[in-house]
Structure formats: structure tokens, C-alpha cells
Design a protein around this ligand. Structure first.
Ligand SMILES: NC(=O)c1ccc[n+]([C@@H]2O[C@H](COP(=O)([O-])OP(=O)(O)OC[C@H]3O[C@@H](n4cnc5c(N)ncnc54)[C@H](OP(=O)(O)O)[C@@H]3O)[C@@H](O)[C@H]2O)c1
Length: 238
């Protein structure tokens, strides 16, 4: 049976690299994100590799669009083997200045969307002893100044993943959280700008490095489960 994967945030950065990696191993990939053009570019790259992918444009902060995405995967894919919750957003600001609306926005994309999407797809994942990946962040484990809202949401995401694992391992479903440090993606380039640092992608983790670890974890025989992946840039920022 063909393997079906859904990668949210599949149009860029870490999600794109994971989608390409999964497609190379034979999965057919549904790509989630808002920017249809970028999703199409990744789908075309996958087609050039000899694989198949479908751009599924939609805003995961919108319940109706999120439900539509889940239904499309089930209808057109006929089931799902791997769900990669990768889409994410970043905000930073001090306690004194950051508006509470930033927290609301981060909550919808970092916690609510993966929670709801996983819930909607869980029966289908169980039916195929599937796997769920949560792209978390090293920020979940250490909250620096001005990173409170983002770190809090990622810490919450770890709790969701851990509780899901405790519930579904008995059905054979595996759950892995990935905690990358700074990775060379459009989001990280923007963070460097917000921090007034010169951006140098060559000193950061590459998205393909993260993807290789994720794919390796997913490919393990089902007798073993990788629960958490920690990856850091070798050279630390000054
Ligand atoms: N880069 C790092 O250093 C780093 C480190 C640790 C963890 N992470 C995590 O890695 C994940 C991927 O980020 P990235 O670094 O690869 O950055 P990125 O290239 O900016 O990717 C973020 C993706 O999320 C999608 N997205 C954002 N809001 C969305 C929404 N409302 N609905 C649907 N899709 C949405 C974006 O697509 P559209 O814009 O097309 O919607 C984009 O493809 C995030 O969860 C991030 O927190 C990144």
C-alpha cells in the first residue's frame, strides 16, 4: 500500500526538507501552508525527484480550512501513515511591550492547530499504525528574554506530544518531538533581523539535517520508538 504523509509548513524551511525526504523514500506527500505558489514549487521539486505531492493551501488558524485539509487527505490519500506538524510562527517581545494578541496568534498555530489536526486524523493514523511528528524547538526547554510567548507555546506542545504518546503507543502509533536549535530557514532569518544580528546561514543547522533525523526516526522498525530529537548548531552564537 502506498504511504501517505501530511506535512504542514511543507512549503518552506524544515517542513519542505522533511517533505522532500519522505518523498524520496516513496511516500506521497500532502503539503500544508497558506502560500499556494510555494507549495506548488515544492510539489514540482518532488515530482522531479520521481515522487508525488499535492499542494493543499489553507490557513491552519482557521477551523474550516483546517478541517478541509484533514478531509482532503483522507478522501484523496485514502488514509494517512505520517503526520508532520511543522507549520509555525514566531513572535518576540518583552513582557512590557508584547501585545497579548501575539500570544493568541501563536497559540492558534503552535498548539491549537496541531491538536485539532492530530485529533481529526487520529482514527486514520491508528488504522495504519501511523506516526506523528511535532516540530518543537529548543526554546521549549529554555525561555530567554523576549521569547516568553513562543517558548511557552512550544513547552505546551511538548506536553501535548507526551500525553498523546502515553495514549496511543498501545495502538502501535509512535510520537516524536523534535527540538531544533537555530536552523537556516526564512523564519530564522527573520529572527536574526528582529535581534539585529547579521544573518549567516552557514553557521546554523541546515533544514536537511533536521529532516535526516526525522526520516531516520520514522524509518526505525516498529519495535522501537524515538521519542525526542535534540539538535543544535555546532558553533554557538556569541
Ligand atoms: N528555524 C529555526 O531555527 C527553528 C528552530 C526550532 C524550531 N523551529 C520550528 O520549525 C517549524 C518550521 O519553521 P521553519 O523554521 O522551517 O520556518 P518557515 O520556513 O518560516 O516555515 C514555517 C511554515 O509554517 C507555515 N505556516 C505559518 N503559519 C501558517 C498558518 N497559519 N497556516 C498554515 N501554514 C502556516 C508557513 O507557510 P505559509 O507562510 O505558506 O503559511 C511556513 O511554511 C516551526 O514550527 C518552528 O517553530 C524552527
Amino acid at each position: 500500500m502506498k504511504k501517505i504523509a501530511l506535512v504542514t509548513g511543507g512549503g518552506s524551511g524544515i517542513g519542505r526538507a522533511i517533505a522532500l525526504g519522505l518523498a524520496l523514500l516513496g511516500s506521497e506527500v500532502f503539503l500544508g501552508g497558506r502560500d499556494e505558489r510555494r507549495l506548488q514549487v515544492v510539489a514540482d521539486e518532488i515530482a522531479r525527484q520521481g515522487g508525488r505531492a499535492w499542494p493543499c493551501a489553507g490557513d491552519l488558524a482557521d477551523d474550516a480550512q483546517l478541517r478541509k485539509l484533514a478531509q482532503r487527505v483522507l478522501d484523496e490519500g485514502g488514509g494517512i501513515d505520517v503526520l508532520v506538524n511543522c507549520a509555525g510562527s514566531f513572535k518576540m517581545g518583552s513582557w512590557e511591550s508584547e501585545p497579548v494578541e501575539d500570544l493568541d496568534e501563536l497559540y492558534r498555530i503552535t498548539l491549537r492547530a496541531p491538536y485539532q489536526l492530530t485529533q481529526l486524523l487520529l482514527p486514520a493514523l491508528k488504522a495504519r499504525t501511523g506516526q506523528v511528528v511535532f516540530i518543537n524547538s529548543s526554546a521549549a526547554l529554555m525561555a530567554g528574554a523576549k521569547w516568553g510567548a513562543y517558548s511557552a507555546m512550544k513547552a505546551g506542545l511538548k506536553s501535548l506530544a507526551d500525553s498523546l504518546r502515553a495514549e496511543v503507543n498501545s495502538s502501535g502509533v509512535r510520537v516524536v518531538s523534535v527540538f531544533p536549535g537555530r536552523t537556516a530557514t526564512p523564519m530564522q532569518e527573520r529572527i536574526f533581523g528582529l535581534e539585529n544580528r547579521p544573518y549567516s546561514r552557514e553557521n546554523l543547522i541546515q533544514p536537511e539535517d533536521v529532516a535526516r533525523m526525522v526520516v531516520a526516526a520514522l524509518e526505525l522498525p516498529h519495535t522501537a520508538e524515538v521519542t525526542d530529537i535534540f539538535v543544535r548548531p555546532t558553533k554557538k552564537l556569541a
